[in-house]
Write a new protein. Structure first.
Length: 214
């Protein structure tokens, strides 16, 4: 137990953890399989006071360059889905952005992004979650985050998992998990084929987000 009056607050413990994550080079120095093909640049934002979490896949090329999460068209769409401004979205005191993989994983043979690095989640995920005790609503953006945090509830694939979004939002316990498709243009066909997501899920999401922000 920290001594009374010490500086070992929840925020201080989280800041030390974030510093360790940002200094991590395991995917280059002790990788599981092929090493990361470029210099690691872990990208995440978090605070012990954040009530909303965004757990996505991994940074893309633009985010790798900027060091700021969701500085791309996917981020524009995600902010529109949530009904938040950029200032609200990047306020780490209120919204934690913690992808499954903290570094851009590189491209596959077809030019698409590779899956999150296999080293990241086993090494860091539980440690981060322990420090984010204020979370009340977590957006699970994409199947990688859904499988990790929902387990068997995400076994039916993205479409079936997202179809249960409303029931997950209404579940007891905290945090509540909201499974979502990734806001990438690659999912435009899915969104067009499933108009209920924008018609039914997004209004409930915006209301929940606004309640937690205010």
């Amino acid at each position: 137990m920290p001594r009374a009056g010490s500086n070992d607050t929840a925020e201080a413990r989280l800041e030390r953890l974030l510093a360790s994550i940002r200094a991590c080079r395991v995917c280059r120095e002790n990788p599981r399989g092929a090493a990361l093909p470029h210099t690691p640049r872990p990208v995440l934002r978090a605070s012990s006071t954040a009530r909303i979490g965004i757990f996505s896949q991994a940074p893309g090329t633009r985010v790798h360059a900027s060091g700021v999460p969701f500085t791309d068209p996917s981020g524009d769409r995600l902010r529109a889905w949530m009904g938040v401004t950029a200032d609200e979205f990047y306020d780490a005191q209120r919204i934690a952005i913690v992808p499954m993989g903290f570094c851009f994983p590189g491209h596959d043979a077809k030019g698409g992004d590779l899956p999150p690095r296999p080293e990241c989640a086993p090494l860091w995920r539980d440690k981060v979650m322990t420090q984010l005790s204020a979370l009340e609503l977590v957006l699970l953006v994409g199947s990688h985050a859904q499988r990790w945090h929902m387990g068997k509830l995400a076994a039916g694939g993205l479409g079936k998992t997202v179809a249960g979004s409303r029931s997950h939002m209404e579940a007891e316990g905290r945090p509540r998990y909201l499974p979502m498709p990734h806001p990438s243009w690659r999912n435009n066909a899915w969104l067009k084929a499933n108009p209920w997501f924008e018609a039914e899920v997004l209004p409930a999401l915006r209301a929940a987000v606004r309640h937690l922000l205010t």
